[in-house]
Design a protein around this ligand. Structure first.
Ligand SMILES: Cc1cc2nc3c(=O)[nH]c(=O)nc-3n(C[C@H](O)[C@H](O)[C@H](O)COP(=O)(O)OP(=O)(O)OC[C@H]3O[C@@H](n4cnc5c(N)ncnc54)[C@H](O)[C@@H]3O)c2cc1C
Length: 382
């Protein structure tokens, strides 16, 4: 599914240029500081990348899954953190697009039309990460409001987000049955941002705690119906694993491979460029073989999602396979790219050690790679 449309090819070219010329020089400082760069956020906003999935009717790009994957791949090729900021923002938009009422779309999308709004996807709690069906943050109905109490951890964009898609327990039943999704605005009294995490990779994107103390959220902000949270999460919610982490992993691996090739051609040892040694040539070949396989799987999956083929089981298997395979490939390729560069590979003067740290994160977030294997196996055996 690599037959991109002319519009997709144009977006690919533009995002690649933006990433290379404007974002790459800012990425090192954001990584060192461990906070998102306001300049990078502004660049993403100015190029409409924060509202990419917003339908054209509401002044967005109306990006489909394949186009979103192209955007995340090109950003991650130079800066996976920039891709992470843009990706986490799209998940709110994409889920609202599928599950929201016309009134909700009018309300939230019109606020995003200027292109500078940031969103966050809010699920994980300190006691419930992989076991997301058991989350405990509660939303209790009080006349025309839900009263939300609890706390969430590891929320990408929490520090800078305007809107939060929050999964809560409204209590229609046990575990999966009792979950709902609420859209919550940042200025809601009772909502506060807690600890900012100091993490290994993706340091140029923010990851923080979110605390709810009697936060009153209008019932109109309920997405779909009460008790539909798990369905939202496992359908639209899991789709993001392909165009988000899956595409970011492919971009990271490509960026690392490009760097390693360039270095190997120019570094001379034993009187010749190290690219002439077969040991390294085979490493480069294996990196490329794995990367092309990951890219093919990514766009096969997004092509399936865009065609809206009705086999939900196959869709979920493809999405989980993409996230898992592509991020495992990114981990191997970035690690090997460092090996090819020798001592320079682990120095902060080059981007490869950052890329390797970023790749590790992708194996963990949005459902660890063990959980993706659990999903694939369950799907195969059911
Ligand atoms: C950079 C980053 C960004 C994130 N962004 C967000 C965000 O925006 N919103 C959000 O809600 N969350 C976010 N998260 C949270 C993320 O989705 C969770 O960290 C992830 O799902 C794993 O949960 P956990 O950390 O609690 O690990 P745990 O669930 O405690 O897992 C620990 C280990 O046990 C393994 N394990 C658990 N269950 C099983 C099983 N059944 N079979 C086999 N192995 C298993 C896991 O694979 C892992 O290796 C983010 C995390 C990171 C690191």
């Amino acid at each position: 599914m690599l037959n991109f449309t002319s519009e997709q090819k144009m977006i690919q070219k533009e995002v690649a240029r933006l990433a290379r010329e404007k974002i790459a020089p800012l990425a090192v400082e954001a990584d060192a500081k461990g906070h998102s760069s306001p300049e990078i956020v502004k660049l993403l906003a100015d190029h409409d990348l924060l509202k990419a999935a917003v339908p054209e009717k509401y002044d967005g790009i109306g990006a489909d899954y394949t186009t979103l994957a192209i955007i995340m791949e090109e950003l991650a090729r130079v800066d996976a953190s920039a891709a992470m900021i843009a990706f986490a923002t799209q998940t709110f938009i994409q889920i609202l697009n599928v599950w929201g009422s016309e009134a909700q779309k009018d309300r939230f999308f019109s606020q995003m039309s200027a292109g500078d709004k940031i969103n966050a996807f809010v699920l994980t709690e300190s006691d419930y990460g992989s076991e997301s069906a058991s989350i405990q943050t509660s939303a209790v109905l009080d006349k025309d409001h839900y009263v939300v109490n609890g706390s969430k951890i590891f929320i990408t964009n929490a520090d800078i987000a305007d809107f939060f898609m929050v999964f809560v327990r409204t209590g229609e039943g046990e575990r999966e049955q009792g979950l709902s999704a609420l859209m919550i605005e940042r200025n809601t009294p009772g909502l506060s941002i807690g600890k900012h995490e100091n993490k290994l990779g993706l340091r140029g994107s923010d990851l923080s705690e979110l605390v709810f103390k009697d936060a009153r959220v209008p019932v109109e902000n309920l997405l779909g119906q009460a008790g539909k949270g798990w369905q939202i999460l496992t359908s639209s919610g899991s789709d993001m694993r392909a165009y988000g982490p899956g595409a970011m992993a492919v971009g990271l691996a490509q960026g690392a491979l490009d760097y390693a090739i360039d270095y190997a051609k120019n570094r001379v040892q034993f009187g010749r460029p190290i690219a002439r040694f077969q040991g390294l040539r085979f490493m480069l070949a294996d990196m490329s073989i794995q990367l092309e396989a990951a890219r093919s799987l990514l766009y096969r999956t997004t092509g399936w999602m865009d065609a809206d083929l009705k086999d939900a089981g196959k869709r979920s298997r493809l999405v989980s396979s993409t996230k898992c395979f592509a991020s495992d490939v990114a981990m191997r390729v970035t690690t090997d790219a460092i090996q090819i560069m020798g001592g320079q590979g682990v120095m902060k003067d080059y981007p490869l050690e950052r890329m390797m740290r970023d790749a590790k994160m992708i194996q963990i977030f949005d459902g660890s790679n063990q959980i993706q294997r659990v999903i694939v196996a369950k799907n195969l055996l059911s």
